[in-house]
Design a protein around this ligand. Structure first.
Ligand SMILES: Nc1nc2c(ncn2[C@@H]2O[C@H](COP(=O)(O)OP(=O)(O)OP(=O)(O)O)[C@@H](O)[C@H]2O)c(=O)[nH]1
Ligand SMILES: [Mg+2]
Length: 445
């Protein structure tokens, strides 16, 4: 569901990338697009505004000086702020009460309360070995209690026996007694989504809360909800004071803004996400992962860290010296290809690169084979020492000899020669760059 936001942000950052230095104008342009992307994804205006202000403050501050590259730094700041908005310390369910611990599920009609109650029960039973009692107090919709009983059966979790005609507050009292007497660890109360009026619904919820004293009041909300999400979350929060959110239909094609908005507006954590109709399709919420997904990027920072780890320090310094003089011959190219190989080849790198969707497609189109590194190295090894340091020597007959020696074809050698030339020209232009910039600008093909 985060694809839409992710797509527009990815194209914004694609324009930023490649830039050595980012001016305030660039930053403003980029942030304007980030803002549009957020709003288009249904992030509520105050939330988007606040986010942009924080990003701008950080990006213009001194943090950018220590950056990997200014563009990457901006992306990183955006990602960090998204993560900060989404993240919370108290994501785990609060079991801190004398059993039976009560969880109260609330939310509007059709948001996924009943399904999520079943999922949560299955999860707590299977993963934490808890003894769970499910109880539905939904007498507003026909067969609502039966629906929960069916889910309970599927999950092998007990449900409170149904007594026809009993009203929500009485059902709540009975559920409490049953949970105590039956030695249950947790009682999950599923509620109605709609009564005659919203005021009635809120009043009923307050009554159930008073009787059951829940440690968690979980607002179940459909992630496909657009701008309404904010009002909705606020309304429930004002009425009963929610302690957390369960976002459902994250498997759908919504625009992803609801998660950000509801989290920001209520200040309560997103505890779980529903990713399908089945009982086991409930996942813990991971802020970093969702922030990355929203940005449509891999972990830029870990990519750069990995790159730096793998670069042989000494070799990098030697290289830096040569670059200062604007030199780049086949020996240097061989070094670079070796480094690329060490870094785990293209495919593992691509998984960490930003905008990997677009990149991967390009790579697939270009039909790049990782074995290409070995072939390129073979070509360079088949050159004489002189040829390696003086690429201009490579005439047609020398190329034929090298092709025969390396088991390749002349066109491949031409490609490599062209690559060396391009690198050489680039190095001449950028002579004096530090090793980080060097890495960043190295394109193996
Ligand atoms: N794809 C998908 N479907 C879901 C998810 N969660 C719930 N659903 C479906 O949404 C529909 C409504 O779910 P319910 O759990 O009945 O919703 P509810 O909030 O209890 O509805 P009321 O009791 O009528 O207020 C069902 O068809 C569920 O299977 C989810 O995470 N992904
Ligand atoms: Mg229901």
């Amino acid at each position: 569901m985060f694809n839409k936001l992710s797509d527009s942000l990815t194209s914004t950052f694609a324009r930023l990338r490649g830039k050595g230095i980012i001016t305030e104008t660039d930053l403003n342009d980029a942030l304007r697009e980030v803002r549009v992307a957020l709003l288009e994804a249904d992030v509520a205006l105050p939330v988007a505004k606040d986010l942009i202000a924080r990003i701008k403050e950080k990006a213009l501050g001194e943090e950018i000086i220590r950056s990997v590259s200014p563009a990457q730094m901006v992306i990183k700041i955006v990602q960090d702020e998204l993560t900060a908005i989404l993240k919370s310390d108290n994501q785990a369910l609060n079991l801190n009460a004398t059993p039976p611990v009560v969880f109260l599920m609330c939310g509007i009609q059709g948001s996924g309360k009943t399904t999520s109650s079943g999922k949560l029960a299955a999860r707590l039973k299977n993963k934490q070995n808890k003894k769970i009692l499910l109880a539905s107090v939904d007498v507003a919709r026909p067969a609502a209690q039966e629906q929960l009983a069916t889910l309970g059966k599927q999950a092998s979790v007990d449900t409170l026996p149904i007594i026809a005609g009993q009203q929500p507050l009485d059902i709540t009292k009975r559920a409490m007694t049953e949970a105590k007497l039956g030695g249950y660890d947790i009682l999950i109360i599923d509620t109605a989504g709609r009564l005659h009026t919203d005021a009635d619904l809120m009043e009923e919820l307050r009554g159930i809360k008073r009787l059951s004293n829940p440690t968690e009041i979980l607002l179940v909300a459909d992630s496909l909800t657009g701008q309404d999400a904010v009002n909705l979350a606020q309304e429930f929060n004002n009425a009963v004071g929610i302690t957390g959110l369960i976002l459902t239909r994250v498997d759908g094609d919504g625009r992803g803004g609801a998660a950000l908005s509801m989290r920001a507006i209520t200040g309560q954590p997103i505890k779980f996400i529903g990713v399908g109709e089945k009982l086991d399709q409930l996942e813990e919420f991971h802020a970093e992962r969702i922030a990355s997904r929203i940005l449509g990027m891999g972990d830029v920072v870990s990519l750069v860290e990995k790159a730096l780890e793998n670069v042989d320090q000494e070799q990098a310094e030697k290289m830096a010296k040569r670059l200062k003089k604007g030199q780049f011959d086949f020996n240097d190219l061989a070094d670079q290809i070796g480094q690329m190989k060490k870094m785990g080849g293209m495919s593992s790198m691509l998984n960490m690169l930003p905008g990997m969707g677009a990149m991967k497609q390009k790579i697939a189109e270009a039909n790049v084979d990782e074995k290409i590194f070995d072939r390129q190295l073979a070509i360079i090894r088949s050159m004489t020492k002189k040829e390696r340091t003086d690429p201009k020597m490579l005439n047609a007959s020398r190329k034929r000899r090298i092709a025969a020696g390396s088991g390749t074809q002349v066109p491949e050698i031409n490609k490599l020669v062209k690559m060396q030339m391009e690198m050489h020209n680039m190095m001449k232009k950028f002579g004096g760059m530090d090793k980080k910039s060097l890495l960043r600008n190295f394109k193996p093909f």
